[in-house]
Design a protein around this ligand. Structure first.
Ligand code: ADP
Length: 323
């Protein structure tokens, strides 16, 4: 992109502010009293199971959908009804991004760029950034799913917006494509742009996001930094000990061990006190072949979404937590 980078001015109020927003379809409450501020320059990930209300919430932030109640501001202004002053400042990629399918890749992006008054030079630069530099003359109709996804992302970026909304941008990409896009997103953040994105890739959210929010059945049950979330929710580490090295009862009696199961060729020891258990194991059997798996955002996510989901009989609703 050739447009100037916004400077992340954290003193100037949030990029997006959502206050007690609710949206109901028929008798289905898709978004239920959500409060959220996305800071300027922040990389914010919205997580949650299918049907949790992510797309609805993001569309409300984008000004594409009207909330039933509550307040939404983007850079201090209401995005609804359609706020033309905000459009050049926002880039939007949705799961159903529209394409000019009979045009070539370059023509398509030129058309999008012209709508926003973006410089023509930005078209070539943006196609290079998303890895479509060699596909200028291919008709949009003939692109693969992953290439279309890249073009949708390019369409959200070509005018150099300060605030970028991306809905599962890596969903159709192969592993190399995903990693390449991670670098693009990191560069956008380094330029001071604000990114709000949804994903089902928890490893990706952990690697990229300053903060994540977890939406379950329309309610934002957690907002936090990924690492802080992992330590706060105290997901357990697992130690994998080859079978036959220590018997199950003895393993369960080691100090710091919360639970023991057999999985494949291993005894799996769950613990919140890794050092203590490693020391005890070392004394009993030695540490050769012992593997340690530290908790990830995915562990915490699964734990939270299972417990918070009202359709789950194991659910409890005592974990509301905001940072
Ligand atoms: P997510 O993006 O997390 O998958 P959505 O926001 O798409 O969740 O959907 C939240 C809930 O609202 C779901 O139960 C979905 O079926 C329902 N929903 C979404 N859009 C509509 C719509 N236009 N009309 C009726 N129900 C909808």
């Amino acid at each position: 992109m050739t447009s100037p980078s916004p400077t992340a001015d954290r003193g100037a109020g949030p990029a997006v502010s959502v206050g007690d927003v609710t949206k109901t379809y028929g008798d289905r409450r898709a978004v239920d009293g959500v409060c959220l501020d996305v800071r300027r320059g922040e990389f914010f990930g919205l997580l949650g199971p299918n049907g949790a209300g992510k797309s609805t919430l993001v569309e409300i932030m984008e000004g594409l959908r009207k909330a039933d109640s509550g307040s939404v501001t983007v850079f201090g202004e209401s995005p609804w009804p359609r706020n033309t002053a905000l459009l050049p400042r926002m880039g939007v990629q949705t799961q159903s991004s529209a394409f000019f399918v009979r045009q070539t890749v370059h023509e398509h992006l030129r058309t999008v760029a012209a709508l926003f008054g973006a410089e023509r030079a930005a078209v070539d630069a943006t196609l290079d950034i998303v890895g479509l530099g060699g596909r200028h003359d291919v008709r949009v109709d003939d692109l693969s799913g992953g290439q279309r996804q890249r073009l949708a992302i390019a369409s959200a970026l070509v005018h150099g917006p300060e605030l970028i909304f991306l809905d599962e941008p890596t969903a159709s990409l192969d592993p190399e494509g995903r990693r390449a896009l991670w670098e693009v997103l990191r560069d956008l953040k380094a330029e001071g742009r604000t990114i709000v994105y949804t994903t089902h890739h928890l490893d990706e959210a952990e690697a990229l996001c300053d903060r994540v929010g977890i939406l379950v059945a329309g309610r934002l049950v957690v907002t936090d930094e990924p690492q802080h979330l992992i330590s706060t929710f105290g997901a357990t580490s697992r130690m994998l000990v080859p079978l036959g090295r220590i018997d199950e009862r003895k393993a369960a009696s080691l100090p710091g061990v919360d639970a023991v199961t057999v999985q494949g060729g291993h005894l799996v020891l769950e613990t919140r006190a890794t050092g203590k258990v490693l020391a005890a194991l070392d004394a009993v059997t030695g540490l050769d072949g012992v593997q340690t798996r530290t908790p990830s955002l995915e562990d915490v996510y699964l734990d939270i979404t299972t417990r918070q989901n009202p359709q789950n009989p194991l659910a409890s609703n005592n974990q509301e937590h905001q940072v």
